[in-house]
Design a protein. Structure first.
Length: 520
């Protein structure tokens, strides 16, 4: 795919975004529901495909993520309106939602299809066009999923081109998409280099920092439940969520009992020699060996010459002190967890702070405790923006097993050098224009009852360049022209015949090719 063709994609997305921005809440809800249903029904298919293509993760866990990022997202935001104006009669302010426009979604190899599902759905809920740029190692499953969602959206009434995907991602193509003026916002999920590139593109970007989650088990914790939750969380999709626990900090009073309970549910504790071999294999020359990412515990054990049972779900590597030189205190993205013991809760908090200083500032932490003072002290002093309590952090901070917003993109705020501190939500793809009346009580606010802002064009949904969001199957004829605002520089003028549309398309391609030649 050439950079010129990328321009064609963005031009088509601009047109679709302008059309979609006129849709009313009912139409948007119908489209989002159709996309969510299609995604949900194909969850198993794409879970299997993603594991086969990337060689990472667990099919059953990817199914759960795909389901959570399809109908799960829609259910979480059920009743929330990102389309209609909001009227505050007390303060005499009217807020009008303005979609971002064209969203460029960079998706990772670790959580590929679930990230596509998630970003497409929040774009649909907020009337944005989206161009999906998948990681090259997951391009086949992601591209197929995005095409499937596009078909579902258009069939439900969305403008043609509202969901597009880069089938053959390359670095020059990504750079062209990220820096193009027609890209309104980049949503970057992936490694630090990807996020930095998004931030330096010259366009607005929503990116995230790396995780490196400490989990503290204090003397008051229910050890049996804590053990089960930690092992389940670390084994979930072979630790591919950035919210997975990285370093286990156990208070001495419960450390032995925690060890026994974790062994009972599938954890294998390494001795000193095993730990040294693990360090050498997982962190050659001090850097993570990416071969281990998303692999299961038995696979990793075999690579270091360690014999474990087939039921082993987690490798636990004890070490003495949390410090940057200890590679096992860094993020591992695999079912391997470092473990340190501390004499009391105060030292536990200090150890967690040390883990986050190494990496993961602003991201996530977990604690298993029944002591409210310890929990709040931990939350206040560990510099992260989400703290999961008595729940596995993989699904806890990601919002699957807590009431945080379910998300595949975790903001790390100021501490993590991220533009957002929340779990990414639909609200981040909107701005609100505020109509503010005179605050003087003697000045009355206008009566807005019955005022319609969005013009809903009639007719069946045609192909680009004419859009309509009439209900599918309504039988309404496509009008020869649709009243709407089109950019003055747009090459499309709403031609009424196939021949006219073809000529307009050819003109646009020629103009785009010439513009690209002039830039060289």
């Amino acid at each position: 795919m050439s950079t010129a063709f990328a321009g064609h994609m963005l031009e088509r997305a601009v047109w679709a975004a302008e059309s979609f921005a006129t849709y009313d809440a009912d139409s948007v809800g119908r489209i989002a529901q159709a996309v969510a249903d299609a995604a949900y029904e194909a969850s198993g298919h794409y879970a299997e495909w993603a594991v086969r293509e990337t060689g990472m993760g667990v099919v059953a866990d990817k199914v759960r993520k795909n389901q959570a990022c399809s109908r799960g997202i829609l259910e979480f935001y059920r009743g929330q309106d990102f389309v209609s104006p909001r009227v505050d009669e007390l303060d005499k302010i009217v807020e009008i939602p303005r979609p971002a426009g064209v969203v460029l979604a960079l998706t990772p190899t670790t959580n590929p299809v679930s990230s596509v599902y998630f970003k497409v759905l929040i774009a649909m809920l907020t009337r944005n066009a989206i161009v999906v740029a998948p990681h090259p190692r997951a391009k086949l499953s992601c591209a197929d999923a995005a095409h499937m969602l596009s078909v579902a959206a258009v069939a439900a009434g969305a403008p043609d081109g509202i969901i597009q995907v880069v089938d053959e991602p390359t670095i020059p193509l990504m750079e062209a998409l990220m820096s193009d003026d027609r890209t309104d916002v980049i949503v970057a999920t992936g490694g630090s280099s990807v996020v930095r590139a998004a931030y330096s593109s010259g366009n607005p970007a929503l990116g995230v920092g790396p995780g490196n989650v400490p989990v503290f088990v204090d003397a008051t914790a229910d050890v049996r439940l804590a053990a089960q939750r930690i092992v389940d969380s670390k084994a979930f999709d072979n630790s591919l969520l950035c919210t997975n626990e990285s370093v286990l900090i156990a208070e001495d009073a419960v450390a032995d009992g925690l060890t026994r309970e974790m062994q009972r549910v599938g954890a294998h504790f390494l001795d000193a020699d095993d730990v040294n071999r693990l360090r050498e294999y997982m962190f050659p020359e001090g850097h993570l060996n990416t071969d281990v990412v998303g692999k299961d515990a038995v696979w990793i054990a075999d690579k270091i010459g360690l014999r474990v049972t087939a039921k082993t779900r987690l490798l636990v590597a004890p070490f003495d002190v949390v410090r940057s030189e200890e590679v096992l205190a860094h993020e591992k993205l695999s079912p391997v967890i470092g473990m340190v013991r501390v004499p009391d809760a105060e030292r536990g908090v200090r150890a967690a702070r040390a883990v986050v200083r190494i990496a993961g500032a602003g991201h996530s932490a977990a604690i298993h405790s029944e002591n409210s003072h310890t929990i709040m002290n931990y939350a206040a002093l560990v510099p992260v923006l989400r703290i999961s309590v008595n729940v596995g952090n993989s699904t806890g901070s990601a919002g699957l097993d807590t009431n945080l917003a379910p998300s595949m993109t975790i903001g790390t705020g100021f501490a993590g050098r991220s533009s957002i501190g929340d779990n990414l939500e639909p609200k981040h793809l909107l701005n609100w224009a505020r109509v503010a009346y005179n605050s003087d009580e003697s000045v009355r606010m206008a009566n807005l009852s019955g005022v319609e802002i969005w013009q809903v064009p009639a007719g069946a949904v045609p192909v680009y360049p004419i859009a309509s969001n009439a209900a599918p199957g309504s039988g309404v004829a496509v009008p020869k022209s649709v009243p709407r605002t089109i950019r003055a520089d747009s090459p499309v003028r709403g031609s009424s015949t196939d021949a006219d549309r073809l000529r307009a398309e050819l003109r646009r391609i020629v103009v785009e090719e010439l513009s690209q030649l002039n830039k060289r």
